[in-house]
Design a protein around this ligand. Structure first.
Ligand code: NAD
Length: 338
């Protein structure tokens, strides 16, 4: 039985990843500052830990509590030297949010996420972990013009991320690769596009555009008006959670070194995203464009590397929204009832 440690397992993407790893027959430990908010964790073991601290990262890898039949030969806490207790670590813990958060919490992002990555990469390497996954972001790339030719992964350099969140991700990617070289730990680096789906943050200031717009439309009357940050013409691609998780699993099993983009190549403007959600909701919605943090003007990335693993996006934006909007509407209705 393979054993995986999933960091950030109280959060959106990692809680879905835990479900997938359980389906694949793994023994899974989740760690986070909090348990998942919207449903029980699927992990076999869940530890509340602050991964900014070195001792917490070591505790995350503690063999105590891992059943004997799930233990590797070798590594701390087991019988033979040379191997680690956990076969795989998936590092998805981050101080994280949508554009509003990324622009208002630069220092928190740079400090907290860097500390998590510094300590977790070191702990994994020094505990003999064999494969280490890091969740990087499309924010490592520079700003683009709409309809510019696709960027390949190598074109993250020369580096010019649009925000500090992207710079921290680049640093963490490089640190993981350095530890991989020194300790012989296999590193897999995914650069996620904007991802959405049920059980993602939908209010409170950290929600991303698809969830925020689903919430606004769920709260609006038919024929009503919602506020949209910016001019509505920024181009983005949105990836449904099941597609992303499938990409993570395939990448981890692949031999792909260095950064790998994972995202659906269906580029739409923010206004088109609003229209898609309104269509799914069955409402006529007017938009009031207001000043707000928007981020880059456009995105356009090749996906050839992840596609070489057999990965394909299976959910169009409309299909993904059709699975997400009803869940957000339900949260809005529950919140109204108190
Ligand atoms: P999320 O905020 O739902 O999950 C992150 C989790 O990390 C949270 O549960 C949080 O409590 C936890 N965390 C934060 N600080 C911690 C600490 N000090 N110790 C332990 N846990 C801590 O975010 P998500 O959308 O699930 O993102 C997961 C990863 O994917 C992150 O690395 C994020 O940067 C990356 N990513 C996400 C997207 C997206 O669209 N959602 C896009 C690109 C990259």
């Amino acid at each position: 039985m393979k054993k995986a440690l999933v960091c950030g397992a109280g959060g959106f993407i990692a809680s879905h990843l835990v479900k997938r790893l359980k389906k694949e027959g793994y023994w899974v430990r989740g760690v986070d500052l909090k348990r998942p908010e919207f449903s029980a964790t699927a992990a076999d073991d869940f530890k509340i830990l602050d991964l900014r601290e070195e001792k917490s990262c070591a505790a995350a890898l503690d063999p105590a509590g891992v059943p004997d039949d799930a233990r590797n030969a070798g590594g701390p806490g087991s019988r033979e030297p040379g191997g680690g207790l956990f076969d795989e670590v998936y590092q998805l813990a981050a101080d994280m949010g949508g554009m509003g958060f990324i622009h208002s919490a630069e220092c928190e992002i740079m400090r907290n996420s860097a500390l998590i990555n510094i300590n977790m990469t070191h702990a994994a390497a020094t505990h003999g972990v064999k494969r280490y996954f890091f969740s990087s972001s499309a924010c490592v790339y520079r700003d683009m013009e709409a309809h510019e030719a696709e960027l390949t992964e190598e074109q993250a350099y020369p580096a010019l991320p649009d925000n500090e969140y992207g710079w921290e991700k680049l640093y963490a990617e490089r640190m993981a690769m350095a530890y991989g070289r020194r300790f012989g730990m296999t590193i897999r680096l995914a650069r996620f596009q904007n991802t959405y789906g049920p059980e993602g943050t939908w209010r409170g200031g950290r929600e991303k555009a698809p969830a925020a717009l689903c919430r606004k439309i769920a709260e609006a009357d038919d024929g009503g008006t919602i506020e949209v940050w910016g001019a509505g013409d920024a181009m983005r691609a949105y990836t449904y959670i099941d597609d992303l998780v499938d990409g993570i699993v395939r990448l981890m099993r692949s031999d792909l070194e260095n950064g790998v983009n994972i995202g659906r190549q269906e580029y739409v403007s923010v206004d088109e995203l609003v229209k898609t959600i309104a269509g799914v909701a069955g409402k006529k919605i007017k938009m009031n464009h207001v000043k707000g943090p928007v981020g880059v003007r456009a995105r356009n990335f090749t996906n050839d590397r992840i596609k070489s693993t057999g990965w394909e996006s299976r959910f169009s934006l409309t299909e993904g929204i059709a699975r997400t909007y009803p869940w957000i509407r339900e949260q809005v209705e529950k919140a109204k009832k108190g």
